[in-house]
Design a protein around this ligand. Structure first.
Ligand code: ZN
Length: 162
């Protein structure tokens, strides 16, 4: 069994009025929020997909289907925590997680430290194992127009059980 495995995740959600903006488990003051069945935390969804992908466990939709009432408006950090449990149950531990948020506005980097803390606690890993970056798309495309926010994530995991 290969001791190291890589996984990637990508997600995008539409920005709409009347919803809280939750990124990395942190509520960011803004006049719009992301639309989705859950809290639409695009960063955490990308992270869940990267973790599940690395472990060969499918994707977030197969574990937490968006037609399932149990996941309506759920705090996505709860799902991240469950993904961490799934990894451990399958004999894997996280080496590191690196993510990028694509948002024209608001500025999200002031909240990156809180996101790292929240996500590392959910995964019961050190804060130094998680890195969060942010970029705009220079006004281009759906992100640049402010129609939505996207996130990508890469993780490395290792076999923790021999
Ligand atoms: Zn999503």
């Amino acid at each position: 069994m290969t001791p190291l495995r890589i996984g990637s995740g990508y997600d995008v959600h539409r920005l709409v009025a009347g919803r809280p903006l939750v990124l990395g488990g942190v509520t960011i003051p803004y006049h719009m929020g992301l639309l989705g069945h859950s809290d639409a935390d695009v960063l955490v969804h990308a992270a869940c997909d990267a973790l599940l992908g690395a472990a060969g466990l499918g994707d977030i939709g197969s574990h937490f289907p968006d037609h399932c009432a149990a996941f309506k408006d759920i705090y996505s950090i709860t799902l991240l925590s469950r993904c961490g449990d799934l990894l451990r149950d399958n004999g894997y531990g996280l080496v590191n997680l690196d993510a990028t948020i694509f948002a024209q506005s608001p500025k999200v980097m002031p909240y990156a430290g809180d996101m790292v803390r929240t996500m590392s606690q959910a995964l019961t890993v050190g804060a130094d194992q998680i890195n969060i970056k942010a970029t705009t798309t220079e006004g281009l495309g759906l992100i640049g127009r402010g129609d939505g926010i996207a996130a990508s994530c890469v993780v490395l995991i290792e076999r923790s059980v021999k």
